[in-house]
Write a protein that binds this ligand. Structure first.
Ligand code: G6P
Length: 462
């Protein structure tokens, strides 16, 4: 059944606008969030409220790909306290299994409140009457309540792109009650996985003693519907780009440049400690050491997109990865033919698609990940019906992509085994699994995700 098309005006708020200001002009913002949201807004003709990535940027509203962008200025000090501090040194590690120690500081919290207030005020000013306002991700969890206090005519939705942690972890947060109250300001609250939904309900019950019936939470006189809405990608766009002549040519060129190996193993991640890049490199090295992989036949490409470089955990992670790459290349490379090709760069999307097509085995092995859209992009790009995806059970994508070689990345033996299973997989089996992956992704693309979320949001208005 196709959902009823939404005719109400749509306003999206996310920390980042889809483009960021760089020294050379505007460039696409990093991460899967913006890649997923832009096609949706392009189709619905909405407005996007967010930050340009530059300090104190008072840019006037402008239009990109038919979407009106409304910049929200964030000062130098707020970047440090709200973005690098509370969001990415506090919430991010806590929400990802507490893989690193979080910092909790009152100054950072105050900046988080102030920036969330600025977003709420901007939204209250620009949202047309009766609009649907859809707020995104952990940087803006207080906005739903703040906006509801300013505008009671709009319908408010919130989608969390990252995991919502179990109460045992969430309860460490000194401002846990304020965060839950903030989120309960919405009419619809969406998570990537059912686990996120149940973790949130448990937190709301513990902290606010709310009533929860199935998928509706009642707090005071307001009702919030909650549920899982696994995000996806623009499948048509990826397929069209993958099918282009330029991509095919680039793919052959990449293979040749890598020395025409039998198997190209590929990793594409933001350089984040949640992504398990180091563990993957170690598994690759162990297989070279044991002779199961051969540097003359098996080559790895690891793209690590720079991200949050001012945060210490990211600097440490980068040093560790780069040391490992150096060690492994030092030991197994030949002149002119490194065994790991490491790019600490943000690549244009067409180059990524060519790399996906060139990759025979894609390694997506995070310790914890909300969804991981790279896994979906890889399968969508493999229009040749070949290629194997090795996927961590701890990525949200594992719920749907059951034709991947699923693995627990905390278990090194299992990870090595999964890599070998993928490398040695018979062509027939590879094609069968890839067909399963591609069918699954085609069934639930980003447009379907947005339609479903907006449809339920429209029906959940208080
Ligand atoms: C993840 C988060 C997004 C974030 C993106 C890039 O996908 O869920 O909210 O925008 O990473 O990170 P950055 O800190 O550069 O915005």
């Amino acid at each position: 059944m196709n959902p009823v098309p939404i005719t109400r005006p749509i306003v999206v708020a996310a920390n980042r606008l889809p483009v960021m200001r760089t020294a050379d002009g505007w460039a696409p913002s990093p991460g899967g969030l913006v890649r997923a949201l832009l096609p949706m807004l392009r189709d619905t003709g909405g407005t996007w409220v967010g930050w340009t990535g530059n300090p104190d940027d008072e840019a006037e509203p402008f239009v990109v790909e038919g979407v009106e962008l409304h910049p929200v200025p964030i000062s130098e000090e707020e970047i440090e306290l709200y973005y690098e501090g509370f969001s990415n040194d506090g919430l991010w590690p806590l929400y990802h299994d507490a893989l690193r120690e979080s910092t909790y500081s009152a100054d950072q919290w105050d900046a988080y409140v102030a920036v969330n207030e600025r977003f709420a005020t901007t939204l209250a000013e620009i949202a047309p009457p009766d609009a649907m306002v859809w707020i995104h991700d952990y940087q803006l969890q207080l906005v739903p309540k703040m906006l509801r206090e300013r505008r009671d005519d709009v319908t408010i939705g919130f989608f969390l792109h990252i995991p919502f942690p179990p109460y045992e972890l969430f309860s460490r947060l000194p401002w846990r009650t304020e965060i839950v109250e903030g989120l309960l300001g919405c009419d619809l609250l969406g998570f990537q996985r059912p686990m996120g939904t149940s973790n949130f309900i448990a937190a709301a019950q513990q902290l606010l003693h709310v009533d929860a019936h199935h998928d509706v939470i009642e707090n005071a006189d307001h009702r919030t519907r909650v549920g899982a809405f696994p995000i996806s990608i623009d499948v048509d766009d990826v397929e069209a780009m993958a099918a282009g002549r330029a991509t095919r040519q680039r793919m052959s060129q990449i293979r040749a440049r890598l020395g025409d190996p039998e198997v190209i193993l590929l990793g594409v991640d933001r350089l984040d400690y949640t992504k398990g890049i180091g563990l993957r490199l170690k598994a690759f090295a162990a297989l070279l050491e044991s002779g199961q992989l051969d540097p003359e036949r098996h080559v790895m490409v690891q793209v690590a997109t720079p991200t949050r470089e001012a945060v210490e955990h990211y600097q440490d992670e980068r040093h560790q990865i780069e040391r490992l790459v150096g060690e492994i290349n030092g030991r197994y490379s030949r002149i002119g033919l490194p065994v790991i090709h490491y790019l600490y760069q943000s690549l244009p999307f067409d180059e990524l698609i060519a790399l996906y097509r060139a990759g025979d085995v894609m390694l997506v092995t995070p310790f914890r990940d909300g969804m991981n859209l790279v896994a979906k992009e890889y399968a969508a790009a493999h229009i040749d019906g070949d290629g194997v995806l090795v996927l961590s059970e701890f990525a949200g994508a594992a719920d749907e992509l059951t034709d991947a070689v699923l693995v627990n990345p905390h278990d090194d033996e299992a990870l090595q085994q999964a890599i070998m299973t993928a490398v040695e997989m018979h062509r027939h089996e590879r094609r069968k699994r890839m067909e399963g992956l591609r069918n699954q992704i085609r069934k639930s693309d980003v447009q379907g995700w947005a339609d479903r979320f907006l449809g339920v949001m429209d029906a959940s208005a208080n």
